[in-house]
Design a protein around this ligand. Structure first.
Ligand SMILES: Nc1ncnc2c1ncn2[C@@H]1O[C@H](COP(=O)(O)OP(=O)(O)OP(=O)(O)O)[C@@H](O)[C@H]1O
Ligand SMILES: [Mg+2]
Length: 236
């Protein structure tokens, strides 16, 4: 297993957000964490990258318990997060936003080379390189956010609702790019509220409810499980 999260518990101040979250992601796998608003999806990804320190549980990444480790160390060790809402610098150019992803990149090749790889994945970003990121469409901004995360050459890419506010035709384009990354060996952990969209991309998923993992399975098993559909009724 590339990543094995066991009984993760996380507090936001006095409030417990995660009570008992467990899941596993194999090397090269595509896995989704599904859940409603406030279920704890972003808290889980934030804890994996080191923004939140767990109150309990373990996060074993490539054989080492990294729970509570600094974000910079996690990024240096091959984990990258595409945050919820993209969090770009809107007044900075596309290229400058991409360069921001390189600040903790250690010794993994040149910045220019990494930017060229982003442009190869999303050619539109090369055309828009000198434009302020805030002027791009939602889908194009998501490409910048993904490109920025790729600047550190991650082995494990965490994506927090990457398709929110993205036009359907661009969703297909972003998914195709993520598939190419996955084919190149990047492991992908995706957080989504929309099951059908997630299931178009992943082979396995876990459902989080109120800070607890409550259901897991591969695509076919979950889509055929009446318990699964009822968990998500009203969410689509
Ligand atoms: N920084 C914070 N401070 C205090 N409480 C927080 C903070 N971030 C999240 N929470 C609370 O923790 C719980 C889990 O939130 P989280 O953002 O992880 O859920 P989510 O599944 O990502 O939801 P959404 O689908 O809305 O993005 C919620 O009750 C939320 O209100
Ligand atoms: Mg969230």
């Amino acid at each position: 297993m590339m990543l094995e999260v066991s009984h993760l518990a996380v507090d936001h101040g006095p409030l417990r957000a995660l009570w008992d979250v467990s899941f596993r992601v194999g090397e090269g796998e595509r896995v989704a964490l599904l859940g409603a608003n406030g279920a704890g999806k972003s808290t889980t990804l934030g804890t994996l990258i080191g923004l939140y320190h767990p109150a309990g549980g373990t996060i074993v990444y490539r054989g080492q318990n990294i729970a509570g480790r600094d974000t910079a160390d996690n990024v240096d060790d091959g984990i990258a997060l595409v945050p919820e809402g993209r969090r770009l610098f809107p007044d900075m150019t596309v290229r400058e936003n991409l360069e921001m992803g390189a600040y903790v990149r250690g010794k993994r090749g040149g910045v220019t080379e990494s930017i060229e790889r982003c442009y190869a994945l999303f050619p539109i970003l090369k055309e828009k390189a000198r434009q302020p990121a805030g002027q791009l469409s939602g889908g194009q901004q998501q490409m910048v956010a993904i490109g920025r995360a790729l600047m550190s050459r991650p082995k494990l890419l965490l994506l927090d609702e990457p398709f929110l506010g993205v036009a359907p035709i661009i969703i297909a384009e972003v998914m195709a790019a993520l598939s190419r990354l996955s084919d190149q060996g990047v492991t992908v952990l995706l957080v989504e509220q929309n099951i059908h969209r997630a299931m178009d991309f992943v082979s396995r998923a876990y459902v989080i409810e109120n800070g607890r993992s409550v259901l897991e399975g591969d695509r076919q098993a979950l889509l055929g499980d009446p318990n699964f559909s009822s968990k998500f009724l009203g969410l689509e």
